[in-house]
Design a protein around this ligand. Structure first.
Ligand code: THU
Length: 142
């Protein structure tokens, strides 16, 4: 597993992801998610999942956070935290869905830290390459 980041960085990302999760709009699944994206300028951009009565139109928390980052002019992601429900110390831990792994890849390299969070704290640390090996990215387009 990836070693911890600087304690203040981890604390800020955890707090932002949990705060965003408080605003999750998840009336259909009841599965509330928050995300916090750290950009290269040290700014944190938060997002929550936003569901829709037309179920396929729902948006993941990661997509909301990345949209906020890009809107703020951030194009380089340096870490992301994702907060889900308490599933105990053994998990399963919340990891980004397949589509969001690709969304994250657009703005980060394989060594990007991805922090899995619960209300109890950070419960697992991955790199993007752990979760999306041999990935396709912008560089493939030349
Ligand atoms: N969800 C996220 O927001 N992020 C993930 O990484 C996994 C799933 C949301 C989508 C949907 O609103 C709910 O969680 C249940 O799938």
């Amino acid at each position: 597993m990836l070693p911890p980041l600087a304690p203040d960085t981890e604390a800020a990302l955890l707090a932002a992801a949990l705060a965003a999760r408080e605003n999750a709009y998840a009336p259909y699944s009841g599965f509330r998610v928050g995300a916090a994206a750290l950009d290269a300028e040290g700014r944190i951009h938060a997002g929550c999942n936003v569901e829709n009565a037309a179920y396929p139109q729902s948006q993941c928390a990661e997509a909301t956070a990345l949209g906020a980052m890009v809107t703020a002019g951030g194009l380089v992601l340096t870490a992301i935290a994702i907060a889900g429900p308490d599933t105990g110390a053994e998990g399963p831990f919340l990891t980004p869905c397949g589509g969001c792994r690709q969304r994250i890849r657009e703005f980060a390299a394989g060594n990007l830290p991805i922090l899995a969070c619960q209300p109890r704290g950070i419960v697992a640390r991955y790199t993007l390459a752990d979760l999306l090996p041999e990935s396709f990215g912008p560089g493939h387009l030349g």
